[in-house]
Design a protein around this ligand. Structure first.
Ligand code: CA
Length: 220
């Protein structure tokens, strides 16, 4: 899952980006609200981790712009402010959840998973489609109850497709879920991963719609 991290503190931002990646999120890191606003207009993210005290456009300002424009992306606010009034203002401005610094990385990751799950309308933490079951917390995949080991990028592709089972996902969306801005996209990478997934899971679980994208079959 691709996440946007907005934090102007170099040390904290660096630690959070590395920590989120370690927890299986592809995290892009920006240091001010205005750049984040632009990125959110052009890039696909599953959620935002947002500091409140930011240069150019602050976190509350960004939240108001997002919600005012009808963008309902899940937002987890991180802040040093621990006054109750600040939490209330943050939540009233459109934050979905709130963590006060110093923060625990495992808690950030768990709350992000919960926010993304709720945004996808899923009540249970496991994602089940046909014979396949996905455990996002442990990044594990089961076929008919048996564990299937997948490399991180194959897992990322499968998670996005399974969370959107029955819907067409474009190659661009899959590439965007795989790579941050600082990594190049190898041509045909998505096709190769899909080929591996079909071989390891079931041959017909992912349908190719030529020139349009890929679809995870609901009945696979
Ligand atoms: Ca700050």
């Amino acid at each position: 899952m691709r996440i946007l991290l907005v934090e102007d503190d170099e040390l904290l931002g660096d630690g959070l980006q590395a920590g989120l990646r370690h927890c299986g999120f592809q995290a892009d890191w920006l240091r001010d609200g205005e750049s984040a606003r632009t990125a959110l207009q052009t890039e696909d993210y599953a959620a935002v981790v947002l500091d409140l005290g930011l240069p150019r456009l602050d976190g509350l300002g960004l939240l108001r712009v997002l919600r005012g424009g009808g963008n309902n992306i899940p937002v987890l606010v991180l802040t040093a402010r621990d006054a109750t009034s600040d939490k209330v203002i943050g939540l009233d401005s459109g934050a979905d959840d709130y963590l006060v610094k110093p923060i625990d990385l495992d808690e950030v990751a768990a709350r992000l998973r919960a926010l993304i799950r709720r945004a996808g309308g899923q009540v249970t933490p496991m994602v089940t489609v046909g014979r396949l079951e996905l455990d996002p917390a442990g990044r594990r995949v089961y076929l008919d109850g048996d564990r299937v080991d997948l490399p991180a990028k194959e897992y990322a592709i499968l998670e996005l497709l399974m969370r959107n089972a029955g819907k067409v996902i474009s190659r661009g969306q899959l590439e965007s879920a795989l790579y941050g801005w600082d990594e190049g996209v190898e041509s045909n990478a998505v096709e190769v991963y899909i080929h591996h997934l079909r071989r390891k899971l079931t041959p017909n679980c992912i349908r190719t719609l030529r020139g349009v994208g890929y679809l995870f079959e609901k009945s696979s």
